[in-house]
Design a protein around this ligand. Structure first.
Ligand code: GLU
Length: 468
C-alpha cells in the first residue's frame, strides 16, 4: 500500500514551501488510492507550541487537505525510548558524557585546522569504571548513534536521481538529547517505519539527513522507504523564498483574500506540471488524477506573487460558484466593519466578480455597495459642487419619483435630463456616478442601479443635495 506523510514541526506558520510539500505528498497518496498521514513533529520542546500546531492544522484544512491518520510525536516518547534501548543493546548507540564545553573545544579545534567538524567519538569506548563513575555522579549524557566508518550511503531519489553520501562527512550524531528528548533523525525513522510510510516526500534541505536515517533503518532492521526530495522554492531574485520576499505563509495569503482552491492550484504548479498540456487551471480531482512524481522538476521553482494573484483572479472570475465566493467574501466584509445580507452580497458579487483579484481588493472596490454614507473623493466633490449638478440631481429625483429604478431606467432618465438641460451625456453620467459612489471611477453606475434598492439610491442623491 502506498503511504505518504507530511511531518511539520509546529514552530511557526505554515510556509508556502511546506504547504507545497504537504500538497505533493497528499496528491501522491490520493493518486494511488493510498494513505496520507499527518504527523506533528514536536519533540523539540523549546521551539514547538500548541498554538502553532493549531494554526498549522487549521491552515492545512483550509487548503483542503484531509488526512487519514494523525500523530503527535510528543505522545510517542515511550515508543522512542524502546527503540533507543534496542539500539543501545545492539551496540548501534552509546551514551556520550562529553560536556557542551568539551564539544565546543573540539569544534574550535576543527575550525582552527580548517576541517569540517565531526564528533571525535571519544565516548564510543569508555572503560567500565569510567561509565560506573559517571552514572554514580548522575552526569548528564546524550545518546549517540555509532556511524560505521567509511561507508558510502547510496539511494535513488525519485526526483533527484542517484545520490551517494560518504558517512565520514558526519560523525556519530545525537539521537537523544541530554534532557531525554529524542532528535529528529532518529524519531523520523521509527515513525516512518512503524507507520508503514512507503514514500518519504519532503524538501531537498533534508537530503543531508537521509543517509543518517538510512543507517538507522539498517540498524533497526526496518525496510527502507523510497525518498523523493523536492527542489527548493526561490523568490524572483533567485534566492531561497523567505520572509525577505514578503508574505510567505499560507496564513498571509488567506488573510489577504486568496481562495484556498487557487492557492492549492498555484502551489501544485511550483515545480510540477502534467506532461502534454499547457493548461494551468485544474480542479483538485484533476490534480489527484494527473499528479506523478516523475513530472516533478528537479530544479528549483520560482514563486511569483503576480502569477498567484492572476490565478486567484481567474478563480474569482470564472472558476468558483457565486455561492462559494459569497461565503468567502462575507467574512472579509464583516472584518472591514460592514454587515450585509447574503442575498444582497450575492447580487453584488454576481455583477462584479470580474473586477477584483483578491477578496480584500474586492471589499475595497465594492464597499460603496455597503457603506451607509458615501465618502467623496476630491474630484467627485469638484463635480458635485456647482449649480448645474444640483439641477441634474433635482430633475433626477423628480423623474425617479414616478418609476422604479434599475440601470435601464436610470439611463433613460439621464437621457431626458441631458436633453432638457442641454448637457452632454457624459456630464450627466458623471454627476450621477459621483453622487452614488463618491468616485469618478470604479464600480459602474449601471451595476449600482441594478443592485441597490431604490430607497438607498434615492437616499444617496438626497444626501448630496443636502450636504453640497
Ligand atoms: N519535521 C521536519 C520538517 O519540518 C520533517 C522532515 C521530514 O519530512 O522528514 O522539516
Amino acid at each position: 500500500m502506498i503511504v505518504s506523510r507530511f511531518a511539520p514541526s509546529p514552530t511557526g506558520f505554515l510556509h508556502l514551501g511546506n504547504a507545497r510539500t504537504a500538497i505533493f505528498s497528499y496528491l501522491f497518496a490520493r493518486h494511488h488510492g493510498g494513505k496520507f498521514i499527518l504527523r506533528v513533529e514536536d519533540t523539540d520542546r523549546e521551539r514547538s507550541t500548541r498554538e502553532f500546531e493549531d494554526m498549522l492544522l487549521e491552515d492545512l484544512k483550509w487548503l483542503g487537505l484531509e488526512w487519514d491518520e494523525f500523530y503527535r510525536q510528543s505522545e510517542r516518547l515511550d515508543l522512542y525510548r524502546e527503540y533507543t534501548q534496542k539500539l543501545m543493546e545492539s551496540g548501534h548507540a552509546y551514551p556520550c558524557f562529553c560536556t557542551v564545553e568539551e564539544l565546543e573545544r573540539e569544534r574550535e579545534e576543527a575550525e582552527r585546522r580548517g576541517v569540517p567538524y565531526r564528533y571525535s567519538g571519544k565516548c564510543r569506548v569508555l572503560a567500565p569504571q569510567e561509565l560506573e563513575e559517571y552514572k554514580r555522579l548522575s552526569k548528564p549524557y546524550t545518546i549517540r548513534f555509532k556511524v560505521p566508518d567509511g561507508r558510502l550511503v547510496v539511494f535513488e531519489d525519485l526526483i533527484k536521481g542517484h545520490i551517494a553520501i560518504n558517512v565520514d562527512d558526519f560523525g556519530d550524531f545525537v539521537i537523544v538529547r541530554s534532557d531525554g528528548t529524542p532528535t529528529y533523525n532518529f524519531v523520523v525513522v521509527v515513525d516512518d517505519a512503524l507507520m508503514g510510510v512507503s514514500h518519504v516526500i519532503r524538501g531537498e534541505d533534508h537530503i543531508p539527513n537521509t543517509p543518517k536515517q538510512i543507517l538507522i533503518y539498517e540498524a533497526l532492521g526496518f525496510q527502507i522507504p523510497k525518498f523523493a526530495h523536492l527542489p527548493v522554492i526561490l523568490g524572483e531574485d533567485r534566492s531561497k523564498l523567505s520572509k525577505r520576499h514578503g508574505a510567505v505563509s499560507v496564513r498571509n495569503y488567506r488573510e489577504e483574500g486568496y481562495l484556498p482552491e487557487a492557492l492549492f492550484n498555484y502551489l501544485c504548479l511550483l515545480g510540477w506540471s502534467p506532461s502534454g498540456t499547457e493548461r494551468e487551471i485544474f480542479s483538485k480531482e484533476e490534480l489527484v488524477s494527473l499528479f506523478r512524481l516523475e513530472d516533478v522538476n528537479s530544479s528549483p521553482a520560482v514563486f511569483s506573487k503576480e502569477k498567484l494573484r492572476w490565478m486567484n483572479g481567474v478563480y474569482i472570475r470564472e472558476v468558483v460558484s457565486t455561492e462559494r465566493l459569497v461565503e468567502e467574501f462575507i467574512p472579509f466584509l464583516e472584518r472591514a466593519g460592514f454587515s450585509a445580507n447574503k442575498e444582497y452580497v450575492k447580487r453584488v458579487i454576481e455583477k462584479t466578480r470580474d473586477s477584483f483579484e483578491t477578496l480584500s481588493e474586492g471589499v475595497e472596490r465594492l464597499k460603496v455597495f455597503f457603506v451607509d454614507r458615501v465618502e467623496f473623493s476630491e474630484e467627485a466633490k469638484a463635480v458635485l459642487e456647482n449649480e448645474k449638478s444640483r439641477h441634474v440631481l433635482e430633475l433626477f429625483l423628480d423623474k425617479a419619483s414616478q418609476t422604479d429604478l434599475n440601470a435601464q431606467k436610470v439611463k433613460d432618465i439621464a437621457k431626458e435630463i441631458q436633453r432638457e438641460l442641454g448637457l452632454k451625456a457624459k456630464d450627466v453620467w458623471h454627476v450621477l456616478r459621483a453622487s452614488l459612489t463618491g468616485q469618478l471611477e470604479g464600480v459602474g453606475v449601471d451595476v449600482i442601479c441594478d443592485v441597490m434598492p431604490r430607497d438607498r439610491l434615492i437616499d444617496r442623491i438626497e444626501n448630496v443635495l443636502k450636504y453640497f
